[in-house]
Design a protein around this ligand. Sequence first.
Ligand code: ZN
Length: 431
Amino acid sequence: MPKQDPTDRSTGFLKKNLETVPHKKRVQYLNQKLRGIIQHAYKNSIAFKNKMESAGLKPKDIQTIKDLEKIPITKKADLVELQKKNPPFGGFEGVPISELKRIYVSPGPICEPGEMEYSELGWAQGMYAGGFRPGDVVINTFSYHMVPFALHMVDNSLQRIGCVVIPTGVGNTEQQVNILKTFKAAGFCGTPSFLLNISEKAVEMGFDLKNDIQLKVGFVAAEMLPESLRTSLEERLGMVIRQTYGTADVGCLGYECLKKSGMHIPDDKIVEVVDPETGKQLGPGKTGEIVATSFNKIYPMIRFGTGDLSIVTETPCPCGRSSPRLIKILGRVDQVTKVRGLFVHPGQAEEVVSRFPQIGKYQVVVTRKEHKDEMTFRIELRGEIPQPEKLKEEIEKAIRDVIKVRGNVEFIPLGTIPEGIRKIDDQRSWE
Ligand SMILES: [Zn+2]
């Protein structure tokens, strides 16, 4: 890899040609990769062949991303079941076990065949987009034991960029602080809460968070990252923190660039956002389940259902990367309600409400009147406001913007909504 100015973290790409390719070309590229992995998986993975046969499919039936809809979705629970029946990998492995370099065991339990040559691109793309550069000394505080994330995915990806890894793993906070100081480490990989622990420990040890600790970039995953926590860590440590999303089964499915405008889908994955009931693709702007396909020949996961909800956007990102983006992870599929044909999740309601500091407690009620769904935000205001009608209109507009379903707003007296209620109360009866 050519040496580049390590102080310039704001521009550049890991794989410029791939990352800036026009949409149509990207789709062609992915379709071609898809045909390749379908052929490989059909020939080498018993589990995938069975899945295809159960749907009456042959590899030639899958030519494009749209054709993926024909293939049944594999959920985590299916994986656990199939691995029990046919240990250790449930027939999902794409090469003989003797050819593997490592085997990982994740909670579930789910066994994952490790790399021969590590080829995944996504995490490294994410790190690069978040400002990691060749020559950076980086502590990797994810757990190196059993699970594939720290060693297989993060460590390999850091090396792919040309970073110098210190495999610290979790815990030993005081020692982590000393390591950061001794090696003037520029990068942190880990959970946001562990970075917080480290920063608190450093202060306790009497260190200055910007001079004694010289972190510049953080790559965080495996936990929700509240904006308030991100901002406070970034300011106190004088660094940039970007988050990433993925699973142990399929790898990286999204990463933030410096523009923080959602999570770019890596160029070595196909990510569909689908109706969780039918498995049909929903296209940009609609909430659905994230279903992923990897091109990993050792462990080809075709249509893996993550159980997470998101919305995809194809609008251009100012960073120059042309890949579609997951707007944010909205929550789990099992908390979702369907209103007028569209999925509504508590996370979306929360997003609407978070735009209005005047709102105290609220509950979304879904009812049905003359065979039409109605969604009402019942809202308690924190105090008297001058123009309630105007606020009502603004909230209703935010509901349309965020949820894409029309909703009514009803202001109710303070203290009406009890503690601990469901955020979305579905009162429809279907008799
Ligand atoms: Zn971007």
